[in-house]
Every structure is written in structure tokens, then in C-alpha cells.
Design a protein around this ligand. Structure first.
Ligand code: 13P
Length: 245
């Protein structure tokens, strides 16, 4: 299976910038062996999907509600993302867990809603700096996996240590190897043989200078890229460092 390089644009870009950035990524995507995905804010999913039409780059949302429709002011439902041209959705990002109080249980419900709508979820897990310095990182990630992934699970897991997000600090290749091996073990324990093929992305200050080394670590199935995905050339350099199928 090819590695997946996903750009999480977070709350960046006005519409014209989003379209220009998407066009820049699409223009350089030919010949890239990795699977490519960009996740703009929900408001720009349709425009970005239109800009990417005919290219190999997919579009995803950054969150969805757990219900397919209803009286939920300000929320976006999974079928709406699909309708706008998305085929993926990021769920349980640490910024949503922290800023919106999202629990593992809620992330699991959102995951079910995403899959029911026909979207592929990318479920984020990862420990805080305090949890790591307390030696609890595997315990925390183990609980997040057990609580956030529905059974069966058809999606992708992203390991994003909270302390590495937007900080310029990247986990060492050894830390990534240890955690991804642990996540693989957990996935196999919880999902049997199916757990062997679930892609596990690494996220947290991935950039052109460290991408090749991180993407070569065993059990790393791709990258979830924040800041560096806002520049087409940086995102494409990371994508070219990834492995095809
Ligand atoms: P940065 O690449 O900016 O650290 O963000 C990582 C992230 O949160 C991707 O979801």
C-alpha cells in the first residue's frame, strides 16, 4: 500500500489562497507515488475539490458531527463533506480534543458517522508533554486507540504527539519507531489480522528536511502535515520523500 501524505490546513487560507494552493499541489502531483490528500476548512472543501478535479489529489474535512443531520448550529455533517467532494475526514485531532473537549467516545461516534457517509476517517492520537515526561505515553495512546476506533475499523490512525505539533520539535526516529510498533501491536490485538494493514501516519512538525527519515521508520504509513502543507513546494517535497505501493 502506498504511503499517505495528508495536509491539514487547519484554520488557514481565504478562498482564493486555498484554490491557488490546491492548484499548486495538483500541478506537482503527477509522478508522485504516494497517495495525496489535502484537508482545507469545511467551507473550502467544495472549491478545493473543484480545483483538484482530474488530479490524483483527494480532499478531506478536518472534523464532522456524529449525527448525519439535525439541529446542531455551526456543525458540519459527514454526508455534507462527501457531497462537497471530500472522501476523507480527520477526526479527534488534539486541537479538537483540547479546544472542544472531544472525548474518545465522541471521536468513535464521529468515526461511525464518517464511515456510514462513505468517508475514510483519519483518527488522531498522541500524548502531551506531561504524559510523556511521566512515562505514560504508550498507556495514553493505547487508551485512545481502544476508545476512539470503532470495531471493525476501516480507516487510518495518525500518531501526533501533542508536544510536536506546530512547535518545530519532532519526535526522534527512535521514539516514532517505538510508538508506531506499539500502535501496530495494539491494532493487531484489537482488530486481529486487519490491524496489520491499517496505515499509521506520523504527524508533528514534519517538514522537507526530516520527512525522508521519518517516512523510512518501520510502521510509518505516511505523514499528517500541518504548517509545511501550506506551501505547495514543501508539501510536494515531503510527498516525493514518501514510498509508493
Ligand atoms: P505541524 O506539522 O504544523 O506540526 O502540525 C501537525 C498537525 O497537527 C497535523 O495535523
Amino acid at each position: 500500500m502506498p504511503q499517505l501524505i495528508a495536509g491539514n490546513w487547519k484554520m488557514h487560507c481565504l478562498a482564493a489562497d486555498a484554490v491557488a494552493l490546491a492548484q499548486g499541489v495538483a500541478a506537482g502531483a503527477a509522478g508522485v507515488e504516494a497517495e495525496l490528500l489535502i484537508c482545507p476548512t469545511a467551507l473550502h472543501v467544495a472549491a478545493v475539490a473543484a480545483a483538484l478535479r482530474g488530479s490524483s489529489v483527494a480532499v478531506g474535512g478536518q472534523d464532522c458531527h456524529q449525527d448525519a443531520q439535525g439541529a446542531h448550529t455551526g456543525d458540519v455533517a459527514a454526508p455534507m463533506l462527501l457531497d462537497a467532494g471530500a472522501s476523507w475526514v480527520i477526526l479527534g485531532h488534539s486541537e479538537r480534543r483540547q479546544n472542544h473537549g472531544e472525548t474518545d467516545e465522541l471521536v468513535r461516534e464521529k468515526c461511525l458517522a464518517a464511515v456510514a457517509a462513505g468517508l475514510t476517517p483519519i483518527v488522531c492520537v498522541g500524548e502531551t508533554a506531561d504524559q510523556r515526561s511521566g512515562g505514560q505515553e504508550t498507556e495514553v495512546v493505547g487508551w485512545q486507540i481502544a476508545g476512539s476506533l470503532p470495531k471493525p475499523f476501516s480507516g487510518v490512525v495518525a500518531y501526533e504527539p501533542v508536544w510536536a505539533i506546530g512547535t518545530g520539535k519532532t519526535a526522534t526516529n527512535e521514539d516514532v519507531a517505538t510508538m508506531h510498533a506499539f500502535i501496530r501491536e495494539e491494532l493487531v490485538r484489537q482488530f486481529g489480522e486487519a490491524g496489520q494493514t491499517i496505515r499509521i501516519l506520523y504527524g508533528g512538525s514534519v517538514k522537507p528536511s526530516n520527512a525522508a527519515a521519518l517516512l523510512a521508520v518501520p510502521n510509518v504509513g505516511g505523514a499528517l502535515v500541518g504548517g509545511a502543507s501550506l506551501k505547495a513546494d514543501e508539501f510536494l517535497t515531503i510527498a516525493r520523500a514518501a514510498q509508493g505501493g
